[in-house]
Ligand binder design. Structure first.
Ligand SMILES: *Cc1c(COP(=O)(O)O)cnc(C)c1O
Length: 383
């Protein structure tokens, strides 16, 4: 149990301090309690809690997102990433007049029925049948499925860099081919950038790969530590959202003033301070340190990193999809996490969750993590 967080560290109920690599599951790009966010919140508090209609910070946050992400002309806010994905899928179904959606094993788009159809109990079979699912980054499976079902797909929804089976980036040509195929078959391409948005760069993974989706979902970082989600895209499709269009969307807390204020403060800081180079340098140093430490003790690892998000898979084979993650040594992963925790370093407890470096982390935090990992790898080598 954690009781507080400040900069790159968290404190647990027993008073222990830990260097935090969970970082709000990726939401805290600027670390815990960044001063820009605290100041914006103090200001927002003076204007009330919930206003009930559109307010200036909501317009400003939408403007910042559209400015940073070229495929986004219009934005709608929700209270969570889950709702953003629900809204994107519903929009795609309305836009195409089709029901079936294509998803990928190991990707996560929140816990709503359609996208969770194969990952949870309690979902009617009729919905599951409309949710196709194929392996991630498998071009043959993609080509085959699109040939067979492309013309009845409302959308394809994908994490352009997977962050919920650990960090797995698709091979470079994959997303470009996905773009061609979805365009050919008239299916809406949705990039779920709830994690990667403003994490891997200002324009997200779509900027990194140079592929333009029809719709993008956001969450996590854009709320500056507060509940948020957003769906954005071109006007032609976004216009279908109510009240202008016929696709219903609502939410008592959607566009909450405090989330918007924290989000504006965060994105403003990111857009003026351009933290990505610094994050890249620090994260690279961490990845290299972990790699060398593992190598020194002959522990087989695959370290995947895209910018400041990374995962260490304990595996001697390349990790390309969720089956490879399942086949990795999760016992070794758990041991590494446990040894690090003893040494005051907090890692996500599972290789399915990415670890995150924030702008609050320093070279010293990285060194402490590498040193502690060396201990962990030594203990693993000793059996
Ligand atoms: C976290 C996450 C979501 C869901 O967001 P919530 O705010 O937790 O509902 C959706 N997609 C991806 C890729 C995520 O990582």
């Amino acid at each position: 149990m954690l009781v507080s967080g400040r900069k790159a560290e968290v404190v647990d109920a027993a008073g222990g301090t830990f260097v935090d690599f969970i970082m709000g599951w990726g939401a805290l790009l600027l670390g815990h309690q960044p001063s820009a966010v605290l100041q914006a919140l103090r200001e927002a508090l003076r204007h009330g809690t919930l206003l009930g209609l559109t307010h200036p910070a909501e317009v400003e946050l939408a403007r910042l997102i559209a400015q940073a992400v070229p495929s986004v002309e219009q934005v709608r806010f929700t209270a969570s990433g889950t709702e953003a994905c629900v809204t994107a899928v519903k929009l795609a179904r309305a836009h195409t007049g089709r029901a079936t959606i294509l998803t990928f094993e190991g990707c996560y788009h929140g816990h709503a029925e359609s996208v969770m159809a194969h990952g949870s109990a309690g979902i009617p079979g009729v919905l599951a049948r409309e949710t196709l699912r194929i392996p991630y980054d498998d071009l043959d499976a993609l080509e085959t499925t699109m040939r067979r079902a492309g013309d009845r797909l409302a959308c394809v929804i994908i994490e352009p860099v997977a962050a919920n089976m650990g960090v797995i980036a698709p091979r470079p040509a994959y997303l470009a081919r996905l773009r061609e195929l979805t365009r050919h078959y008239g299916a809406v391409l949705i990039f779920d950038e709830v994690v990667t948005g403003f994490r891997v760069g200002l324009s997200g993974a779509q900027g990194l790969f140079g592929v333009r989706p029809d719709l993008t979902t956001f969450g996590k970082i854009i709320g500056g530590g507060f509940p948020i989600g957003a769906v954005g895209g071109g006007r032609a499709i976004m216009r279908r959202l109510a009240p202008e269009g016929d696709v219903y969307h609502g939410g008592t807390f959607a566009g909450h003033p405090w989330s918007m204020a924290a989000g504006v403060a965060t994105l403003s800081a990111v857009m003026t301070r351009a933290p990505y180079e610094g994050l890249e340098t620090l994260s690279q140093r961490l990845a290299e340190g972990l790699q060398e430490a593992a190598h020194a003790h002959a522990i087989a690892v695959q370290i995947h990193r895209v910018g400041s998000m990374m995962t260490i898979f304990f595996s001697s084979k390349p990790v390309r999809n969720v089956d490879d993650v399942k086949a990795s040594r999760r016992d070794q992963f758990a041991r590494w996490v446990a040894v690090l925790r003893e040494q005051g370093i907090l890692m996500p407890p599972s290789p399915y969750e990415a670890m995150f470096v924030s702008t609050a982390h320093t070279a010293l935090h990285v060194k402490r993590c590498v040193d502690a990992s060396r201990e962990a790898f030594r203990s693993l080598a000793d059996g």
